[in-house]
Design a protein around this ligand. Sequence first.
Ligand code: ZN
Ligand code: ZN
Length: 183
Amino acid sequence: MRIDVSDIKEETGLHKRIDLSVSLQPIEFGGQEARFDRPFTGTAEIWNLGDRLLVQAALTGEAELSCGRCLGRYREPVEVSFDEEFVEGEPGEGEPAVQEDEDSGRTVSFYTGDEIDLTDPLRDNILLALPMKPLCSEDCQGLCPNCGADLNEGPCGCGRSDERVDPRLAVLKDLLRKPDSQS
Ligand SMILES: [Zn+2]
Ligand SMILES: [Zn+2]
C-alpha cells in the first residue's frame, strides 16, 4: 500500500495519521501458502523526523492457513504493530534495501518520490506473527493415521484411528516384537 507523504516530507515535525487497508498476495510460509482474502485494516501514524520518516502502524486481519494436524484450511486472526523508518533516496551501492537504524534498532527502508510503501514491512511482520505450528483448533483431532479420514468429523469407520504411533513407542514395539532368540 502506497502512502502519499508529500504533505509532510518537507518540514521536520509534521505528522499525519491515516487509515490503512492493505491487500496482500499469498505468502510462502513454512512449506505452505498463507492466503489473505480480505485486506488488513488499521492505522498508521507518520512523523517527519528531519532526515527520515517514522511510521508506526497497527493492523489486524486474518490469514488462511492449513492446519498442521488435519490439513484443513482455516482462518487465523493476525494482529501486527510495527515501527518502520523511511529514508528518502536509494541504498548505497552494495547496501541492502532494508537496513537497521543503529540508534533506534528500527528497520529502515528507502523511498523515492512522494510515496512510501508499507506492503513489504507489513508482509514481513505478518510472517513473524504467524504461528509456527498452525492449528485449526487447540483440540483438532487430526487425520486417522490408518485410513486418512478427518477425525474432526467423527470416528472413521476403519476402527484403527486410535493407533496413533508415537515414534518412541514404535521403537519399543519393534523391540518387543523381536523373536526371543536367546531361549
Ligand atoms: Zn485441524
Ligand atoms: Zn481410520
